[in-house]
Design a protein around this ligand. Structure first.
Ligand SMILES: [Zn+2]
Length: 316
């Protein structure tokens, strides 16, 4: 008879083999070290982990002052461009042991779109807002859904060509590229959505400042995070919550600090039904100062991380 632990060990070995079969050499990708925190500018970091969930040698650091968690060093924009153009979905597929691609993700995205439309309805229904920009919009399912429900003309920017092609077929205006690099000129949008994307950005503060400029005066920003604390508590593993696809790991505390410092007022927050994502509906406000950091909150998170790394897993 096979014991549960043998089965688990077999599954982990098979997962490792599937990932190795992709032949992706993370350590040979061009990477750059970060010496200042993207949120508060401090330069003292705590190294939290040395490997990610795939087994790649990626370190996650936390800023000692504000608690922002990020990969360091991390791949350059060019290396991430290559990653999204052919590595990302196969890698995630290998990790989960099932095909995840531009086709298969659409069912999940439709469900996600319906949930977020419900959250945004009070701010968008009958509001007279006309234009929507979806940053990191993938196959366009979410932008298309919101566009139809709230009568918005949708524009989508995403770095993955296969996914952008799907979005184009849905009738959206599409841009293949990174928000950090695309020039919008004097265009403005009434609604900007950043869905399951902020953790993929290379410069969160810079992107949010750009979005603040791209939004009309009474515009609405929707953004959501995979709450890093929820992710490591759920997996009872900090390494399992770290993956090279995510340069950043936001928490409720660091996301709110980003929004306040880049000029957004939070109108409503939503803990998603999956208990993992946290969503924010925001309007433009006055940019605040860079956050000073909350020493007690940072200490509490680091203590919790050490607890998760060293206390036995809960029995399930
Ligand atoms: Zn910081």
């Amino acid at each position: 008879m096979t014991s549960p632990s043998t089965t688990q060990a077999d599954a982990a070995r098979e997962r490792r083999e599937r990932i190795q079969a992709l032949g992706y050499d993370y350590e040979r990708q061009p990477r750059a070290a970060l010496d200042a925190c993207n949120l508060c500018g401090a330069s003292t970091f705590v190294v939290l982990t040395h490997r990610d969930r795939y087994g790649f040698a990626a370190e996650a650091h936390a800023c000692s002052r504000c608690g922002l968690v990020f990969l360091n060093p991390r791949m350059t924009a060019q290396a991430y461009g290559d990653f999204y153009n052919g590595v990302y979905r196969p890698l995630v597929s290998a990790f989960h042991g099932r095909l995840i691609d531009a086709q298969t993700i659409q069912g999940e995205q439709r469900e996600y779109a319906a949930e977020r439309a419900g959250f945004l309805r009070p701010f968008l229904a009958g509001s007279g807002r006309r234009t929507l920009l979806d940053i990191g919009g993938s196959t366009g399912v979410v932008a298309h859904h919101l566009g139809r429900e709230f009568n918005l003309a949708g524009t989508l920017i995403d770095p993955a060509p296969l996914e952008v092609e799907q979005a184009r077929q849905l009738g959206l205006e599409t841009i293949t590229g990174l928000i950090e690099e695309h020039e919008f000129g004097d265009r403005r949008f009434d609604v900007v959505i950043i869905c399951q994307t902020v953790d993929h950005l290379l410069d969160v503060a810079g992107t949010l400042r750009r979005v603040r400029d791209l939004l009309t005066d009474d515009g609405v920003l929707f953004i959501d995070i995979v709450d890093f604390r929820a992710a490591y508590l759920r997996n009872w593993s900090v390494e399992a919550a770290v993956k090279i696809d995510h340069p950043y790991y936001l928490t409720e505390q660091t996301m709110r600090a980003y929004l306040a410092s880049t000029g957004f007022e939070v109108l409503r927050t939503d803990y998603a039904a999956d208990h993992l994502h946290v969503s924010y509906a925001c309007r433009p406000g006055r940019p605040g100062r860079q956050p000073a950091g909350d020493a007690a909150a940072v200490a509490a998170m680091l203590q919790e991380i050490r607890f998760v790394q060293n206390a036995p897993a809960r029995s399930r």
